[in-house]
Design a protein around this ligand. Structure first.
Ligand code: BTN
Length: 269
């Protein structure tokens, strides 16, 4: 177990946590495969249970990508949720979590960082990705459906290899200082609970305006990648379901986050 100033423990997080249910149960691990996998294995735990690892050996990203998760460098955590909402709305929990991270980072680092969202849910600082979110839905014959919202924030990463160095950043790289992860975990969990509660009560419309205000994809020309096909279009709106509306040859096309990926024409965003 690490015991330095920057270590992450359930006790330290809960000492300053203002939430009612998210993070009331926290399980911290040194090294595990993936906090999303752990949350799934432990899905009978209560709504809002948080799983955090120092390091992940099998961190997973969207579209089957690997999420590199070295010890102490980031916040690798998953929130187990048992929402009472139609299955058709579950995918919208991803942008809810994205906005929560964006708010959390901006609350603590507004002097140096202006975090934005690259649709659907990459959090971006200075044009580079600082956080990714992987939301997974699963069902249990006894316990019904549950959702795992996995959040990966690059906090103290000193540098990225190869191609990633052009696309990824960390709070250390943006601020020039090693950061304590505890206040950020507390802020993100508090923002997540507030946004998620509003979303469960009123739907995506409860957060849509703020989401769109932070979404840097809007107004940009993007490359839409769908299977083996790709086309360029202009991102014009995010609809009531959190889907991206792009305009191509005067026609609006709805783009669903589960089916396609969207890239900037001139770089990552
Ligand atoms: C992405 O591809 O942008 C999503 C990355 C999500 C990474 C986080 S880290 C905590 C949780 N556990 C995982 O295996 N993945 C998510």
């Amino acid at each position: 177990m690490c015991s330095d100033l920057y270590s992450v423990t359930a006790q330290k997080i809960q000492a300053g946590l203002t939430t009612e249910f998210i993070g009331r149960q926290i399980h911290c691990y040194d090294t595990i495969d993936s906090t999303n996998n752990m949350a799934k294995r432990e899905h009978t735990r209560s709504d809002g249970t948080v799983f955090i690892a120092q390091a992940q050996t099998g961190g997973r990203g969207r579209h089957g990508n690997t999420w590199i998760s070295p010890a102490g460098d980031g916040i690798w955590m998953s929130v187990l949720l048992k929402p009472d909402i139609p299955l058709s709305q579950v995918a919208q929990i991803t942008p809810v979590a994205g906005l929560a991270v964006c708010r959390g980072i901006n609350r603590l680092f507004s002097e140096t960082v202006d975090a934005k969202i690259k649709w659907p849910n990459d959090i971006v600082a200075n044009g580079k990705k600082i956080c990714g979110i992987l939301t997974e839905l699963a069902a249990d014959t006894d316990a019904g459906h549950y959702v795992v919202a996995g959040i990966g924030i690059n906090v103290n990463t000193h540098g990225f290899d190869g191609d990633l160095s052009q696309k990824a950043t960390s709070l250390f790289l943006e601020t020039g200082k090693k950061q304590d992860r505890i206040p950020l975990i507390q802020a993100v969990l508090a923002e997540f609970e507030a946004l998620y509660t509003a979303f469960c009560a009123h739907g995506f419309s409860a957060i849509a305006d703020e989401y769109k205000k932070h979404c840097i994809t809007l107004g940009k020309d993007v490359l839409v990648l769908s299977g083996t096909k790709s086309y360029t279009a202009k991102a014009v709106d995010v609809d009531a379901w959190g889907q991206l509306i792009v305009e191509k040859d005067g026609e609006n096309i709805t783009v669903n986050a589960g089916e396609v990926s969207v890239r900037g024409i001139y770089g990552y965003i």
